[in-house]
Design a protein around this ligand. Structure first.
Ligand SMILES: *Cc1c(COP(=O)(O)O)cnc(C)c1O
Length: 401
């Protein structure tokens, strides 16, 4: 495998983001294929026993087993690292595998974690249920307020873990302020950047240490595969994450890596168009529904902060209607927009978080997070926004709004 033109750091570092998204990480076989090769192989053969021994000893470059390395997965890892502006990246089978590995690889009994209250349901399960089982204490804070992180710090605090924008309430975390609090105390920040992706927000530019992804969402972007990624310094990835990752095996399949490589080529185009569409649809809904949670609209209490740290608002927002009955009636009145709990898809999808993605979170915790019974989350796709607005218009009327 030959790295294609300029795949050494001195050159790729000068590539602009659009070039990195299309060409970053590409390595070609002797056939010179233009599209990245798909290596569906679990193992690798050696020319002689001595080569096998040397490779296992780390004395010879090369691959040994696809739980540890795979050429297609490696191309994806290099492309994501380039887009993120990170020294290194490791891909995982799902976003949750990325979050779990990013936390567990660096925590041990007696440590303490401060985590954002508004979060993806399974991320809350990690902080509320899994970590405490191993004697890792967690404090859940309102992450909109940097002071809340400051106040929660203990001598044994090792990690701040949060997402911004947060799923599904669209809370925004002040990356510069919270990362500065962490840095001063030697605490590592783990930022779940699934909603924005590096196309719109690069948390490391604001001081984050580790950025973790569900690549299932905007990076694939077409609702096809599950994938995840963890970005950090070379030291963190090689010395802290890799021993955990290689031995526990949350490895991404080569096929899924190949699909996400193709997704990244159009990420910037898709996310910018979907952000524009989400603004158009948001403007239509504003005033027609009791409450909007849309960071792209000036009515969002953290609009200015969102626009400072993100290049655009992204495709996802939430809004509130009266209660579960009205929320379900609105969903049932949709003709074009699908009732579906995925996000980041090029299709518009709507879900009722309290009865789906967050149904596993206890009712009182849901209310505390802002996941009310009337909350609906909308992922705006690449359809013509006029068609989406027509669909929403008739669904609103049908639900008595
Ligand atoms: C979807 C999602 C995850 C989990 O990702 P999977 O790929 O579904 O495992 C984690 N965090 C956020 C913010 C998400 O939206």
């Amino acid at each position: 495998m030959k790295r294609t033109t300029g795949q050494d750091r001195s050159v790729t570092a000068h590539w602009r983001p659009a070039t990195r998204a299309v060409r970053g990480g590409t390595a070609r076989t002797e056939y010179g294929e233009t599209s990245e090769a798909l290596f569906l192989t679990s193992g690798y053969a050696y020319d002689c026993a001595g080569d096998a021994a040397a490779r296992f000893a780390g004395e010879q470059a090369g691959m040994t087993y696809s739980r540890l390395q795979n050429p297609t997965v490696e191309m994806l890892e290099q492309r994501i690292a380039l887009l993120e502006g990170a020294e290194a990246c490791r891909a995982t089978a799902t976003g949750m595998a990325a979050m779990t590995a990013a936390l567990l690889c660096q925590l041990e009994t007696g440590d303490h974690v401060v985590a954002g209250r508004a979060a993806f349901g399974s991320c809350r399960w990690l902080t509320d249920t899994l970590l405490p089982k191993f004697g890792i204490a967690t404090t859940i804070v309102d992450a909109r307020d940097p002071q809340a992180f400051f106040d929660a710090v203990r001598p044994e605090t090792k990690v701040f873990f949060f997402e911004t924008p947060a799923n599904p309430t669209m809370d925004i975390v002040d990356l510069a302020a919270v990362c500065a609090i962490a840095r001063e105390r030697g605490i590592r920040t783990v930022v779940d950047n699934a909603f924005a992706t590096p196309a719109l927000q690069r948390p490391m530019e604001w001081g984050a240490d580790i950025v973790a992804y569900s690549a299932t969402k905007m990076m694939d972007g077409q609702g096809r595969v599950l994938a995840g990624a963890i970005c950090g310094t070379e030291d963190f990835i090689l010395n802290t994450l890799l021993p955990f990752h290689r031995n526990t095996g949350p490895t991404l399949s080569a096929f899924n890596a190949w699909v996400v490589l193709k997704g990244l080529e159009t990420l910037d185009l898709r996310i910018r168009r979907q952000s524009e569409n989400a603004l158009a649809v948001g403007r239509f809904l504003e005033g027609r529904v009791p409450r909007m949670l849309h960071p792209g609209l000036p009515s969002h209490p953290q609009h200015n902060l969102a626009m400072r740290q993100m290049d655009a608002c992204g495709p996802i927002f939430a809004f509130e209607v009266a209660d579960r009955t009205q929320a379900h009636a609105l969903l049932d009145g949709l003709g074009l927009i699908d009732i579906s709990n995925n996000i980041g898809d090029s299709r518009s999808l709507m879900t009722h978080p309290s009865s789906t993605t967050h149904s596993g979170v206890a009712a009182e915790k849901r209310e505390e997070m802002g996941v009310t019974e009337g909350l609906l989350r909308l992922n705006v796709g690449l359809e013509d926004p006029a068609d989406l607005i027509e669909d929403l218009g008739s669904a609103l009327a049908g639900a008595g709004l």
